[in-house]
Design a protein around this ligand. Structure first.
Ligand SMILES: [Zn+2]
Length: 285
């Protein structure tokens, strides 16, 4: 089994262990595990819709047009009670990442950076060299509110406090909260490290300029909402999906299609522009 899968399953097991050991007596270890895993699944799902479907494909690449009220609502919910990710600096860093992939100017990782350096960079990225996040949506009050430095500091208090309201036990709340953040760091590493190092994954396109790789195993694909098809995505970043062939498992695309069926999102003008060498017959929702 690949190391990224071993670590992913290991961190899910760690969440179960933390939940069982810290569960308050009235809950017991088994219900403790149900609550701990349930909290992880809910947090993962909201964060996946927020970051991968909306902030990444919707805003950073403008491949999808979401209802504005929906983007703002999910942004407020995710950053208040879920896994905090500053939308404005994320969009800026992500655009710089595509512009300078694996070279000086990429805030996520340089070609020579290894596992521990990239892990550190997930928390403290390289300084940005330009402001590419000037979109109108990023100037609206929900985006400015959650990106405010004060909000970044109080966000953990809000999310732990919200969890405490349900479980009424602070060590348990802090433990399962921390377990989800460690899992989120692994999700981040799948995108920033394992799919940007040529020792892992496969390549559909032989792009010399970057190290972007495709990883198609179901756990990382599901965990990242398909953001681990990096070789595909870096080759055609304008597309509304990151899979380019019928056999490629695409959990993120499934969630976008459900939101499309609910009338929450439409393809943008560029999101469906099919390149001639794409294996898929058409790109649509
Ligand atoms: Zn991207």
């Amino acid at each position: 089994m690949k190391i990224y899968n071993v670590l992913g399953f290991g961190l899910l097991a760690l969440q179960l262990l933390i939940s069982a050991f810290l569960a308050p007596p009235e809950l017991g270890p088994w219900w403790g595990m149900v609550v701990g895993l349930g909290y992880l699944l809910i947090s993962w799902f909201i964060a996946g819709v927020y970051l991968s479907d909306m902030i990444h494909l919707g805003i950073a690449h403008r491949a999808l047009d979401y209802k504005e009220w929906f983007i703002k609502t999910v942004t407020l919910v995710n950053n208040t009670v879920g896994v905090y990710v500053d939308p404005i600096s994320w969009v800026n860093r992500h655009r710089l990442h595509h512009k300078f992939s694996d070279h000086a100017g990429d805030p996520n990782k340089l070609d020579a950076d290894g596992f521990w350096k990239t892990l550190y960079l997930c928390v403290v990225p390289y300084p940005v060299t330009a402001d590419l996040a000037t979109d109108d949506i990023l100037k609206t009050w929900p985006m400015r509110l959650v990106s405010h430095p004060l909000f970044i500091i109080i966000s953990p208090v809000l999310s732990i406090g919200f969890l405490w309201l349900f479980v009424r036990d602070l060590p348990f709340a802090i433990g399962v909260w921390a377990g989800v953040r460690i899992f989120a760091l692994w999700v981040n590493m799948v995108q920033n490290y394992w799919t940007h190092d040529r020792r892992w994954g496969t390549r559909t396109y032989d792009d010399a300029g970057d190290n972007a790789m495709n990883i198609g195993d179901w756990l990382p694909v599901t965990a990242t909402f398909s953001a681990c098809w990096q070789n595909n995505h870096h080759h055609y970043p304008h597309l509304l999906r990151t899979t380019h062939a019928p056999g490629e498992f695409d959990f993120g695309y499934m969630t976008v299609r459900v939101m499309h069926a609910l009338g929450l999102v439409e393809p943008s003008k560029t999101g469906t522009v099919k390149p001639n060498d794409l294996v898929l017959a058409e790109v649509t929702l």
